[in-house]
Design a protein around this ligand. Structure first.
Ligand SMILES: NC(=O)c1ccc[n+]([C@@H]2O[C@H](COP(=O)([O-])OP(=O)(O)OC[C@H]3O[C@@H](n4cnc5c(N)ncnc54)[C@H](OP(=O)(O)O)[C@@H]3O)[C@@H](O)[C@H]2O)c1
Length: 283
């Protein structure tokens, strides 16, 4: 990957740009429209939102007013936790499309595998949800369908009844939390892996190993973390709110971490995940 506009190819042939712009916590306001248009001006072509982020209107406004053709952008949204099951998914998808104000979605994900509302009957509920995803995909309303926060046992349960295999899994992934089992499973099953919180929410920028490696390449810890993601063939989804940070996070294609750097970064694994576990998350 040599630029923000380089892409991986999903198992169904659809291209997915190698870095996405994260939007969690950006408000549903004009400021967010401006931030996303800034990101697009800087070369980002892939935007990650979700119904639960309550900012789909702003994302849609930015997409519609940025001056690019719709097919030059890759837009992802995610199904909200209380809306699993066939009927709910169909209704929820319509709400997302109304919010965004666009004709089709590039990627739709089940946000979490086992919401608290469906904690006991999650397998059969996900069966209905996925059936709706498959129909929306076959109708051309979504270019690709996938999962988020699905671990191996969640994917295997889904695959018992799926007729179309998921093309993506979006996971918390960074040097503190490497999820080897799920990552290996996804790679074995031709699923592209997206990395959420790829900057560890900014919490590890002063870690001595990141500071040292950043200094070595005259880069920042944020750029080292994004390189780590790219060199693992993940699609990182960095979120940032200023032009400087948006540009900084895009400027990651002119250096390569060595095997020794990546080995040294394994020390961060002791710090662990930042988000909840998909089986016990209280939402
Ligand atoms: N599927 C899921 O369940 C799930 C869960 C979490 C996140 N996600 C997705 O993944 C995206 C990214 O994850 P995230 O937002 O949790 O965290 P992140 O991208 O790891 O970190 C974002 C934080 O880092 C700061 N930051 C960004 N670039 C920086 C830089 N160059 N220097 C210093 N600080 C910088 C941002 O500050 P400012 O914004 O103030 O600039 C923000 O506070 C989300 O936005 C969302 O799209 C998905």
């Amino acid at each position: 990957m040599d630029s923000l506009q380089d892409s991986y190819v999903l198992s169904n042939g659809i291209k997915i740009p190698c870095i996405g712009f994260g939007t969690w916590k950006l408000p549903n306001e004009i400021s967010t429209v401006d931030i996303i248009k800034t990101a697009i001006d800087c070369g980002y072509r892939h935007i990650d939102t979700a119904y639960a982020y309550h900012n789909e209107n702003a994302v849609g406004k930015a997409v519609r007013s940025c001056g690019l053709k719709r097919n030059e952008l890759f837009i992802t949204s995610k199904l909200d936790n209380p809306s699993h099951g066939y009927e709910n998914t169909m209704k929820e998808f319509d709400k997302t499309m109304n919010n965004l104000g666009i004709d089709y979605l590039d990627l739709y994900l089940i946000h979490w595998p086992r919401p608290i509302l469906f904690r006991e009957n999650w397998k059969e509920v996900n069966e209905g949800t996925w059936k709706a995803f498959e129909e929306l995909y076959q109708d051309g309303k979504i270019k690709a369908i996938g999962l988020s926060n699905f671990l191996v046992h969640h994917i295997e349960a889904l695959m018992e009844t799926a007729t179309i295999a998921p093309m993506v899994d979006q996971l918390e992934l960074h040097p503190q939390y490497v999820q080897r089992e799920t990552v290996n499973y996804c790679k074995d099953h031709r699923m592209i892996i997206e990395a959420w919180s790829p900057l560890i929410l900014g919490r590890a920028f002063d870690h001595p190993i990141l500071v040292k490696i950043a200094h070595k390449y005259r880069k920042t810890p944020a750029q080292v973390l994004l390189r780590w993601s790219i060199q693992h063939s993940f699609v990182p989804l960095p979120k940032a709110s200023s032009l400087e940070r948006i540009q900084e996070n895009a400027d990651v294609f002119d250096f390569t971490l060595s095997e020794e750097d990546i080995e040294e970064m394994k020390e961060l694994e002791a710090l662990g995940q930042t988000g909840p576990h998909p089986d016990t998350a209280v939402f």
